[in-house]
Design a protein around this ligand. Sequence first.
Ligand SMILES: [Mn+2]
Length: 311
Amino acid sequence: MSNVLVFGHLNPDNDAIMSAVVLSQLLNQVNYNGDTYEARRLGQLPAETAKLLGDLGIDEPALLEEIPAADEPQQVILTDHNEVGQTVAGIENAQVVGVVDHHRFGDFTTAAPLTIVAMPWGSSCTIVTKLFDVLGQKPTDAQAKCLLAAMMTDTLMLKSPTTTAVDRVVAAALGEQLGVDPVKFGMEVFLSRPSGSFTPEQMVGNDIKLFEVGGKKLLIGQYETVDKSRALGMVPEIREAMRAYQADKGADGIVLCVTDIMEEGSQVLLEGDTAIAQKGLGITDEAEGVWCPGVLSRKKQVAAPILAAAE
Ligand SMILES: [Mn+2]
């Protein structure tokens, strides 16, 4: 019997944490493979995640800083990510026994066979919800709340182009179980973020991922807000924070999308060597950033065209 650690990506968002928390609960309740499962986090909890877990009386997952080398490698399941640049330090010391993800696969290799559940749906929690069906279980109301909250933040209230028909059906079913309208429920989750108090450093580092593109290290961050005007009033400070973050991570360039959920678009700011990002997005590096209407999904509308431009 092994104790398997289950965790989402670095700089966790709501989907990264909730997918790990609820998947580990599900696997424990069916005694999957006869092993035990413990959720971990690879960074600070987003405010909305901390609030919902607190309201539901669910313990926050413990922080996992690194996986040390050991005779018997630590078994892990990755949720909401699979790329080495987005996972825990020391991942080479672990045995990845499973992946539950809705992202592209970049550099993923393993020595042993494993379970991969990957669907191009709007959130990893959509996949976790479907796994309840697969394993003959029904989510408790607390689990349904965690799953629906993550679905709504990851799909920006089902508005992001990453949203699929499956997400709509699953969100409606969870909403019906809970007796809530999914979009209204999602709006409450968004409003539990302290949007008025984000510092430029938090806007930059809150939700950012490292990509290897064309032989360079490119950071792509996203700050989601219901009102971009406050962020746009502090662009010089944000750009300074972007330069500091890029230097700290040793990256070549950094892209930050200030995404306005209500206006349905993103102001894109660039620092460092972002030639490939400019090519992929068809924009130039303007001091105030460039407004890209309709751009809500970092994965589909920002990372994907940048990665495609490098090919
Ligand atoms: Mn996700």
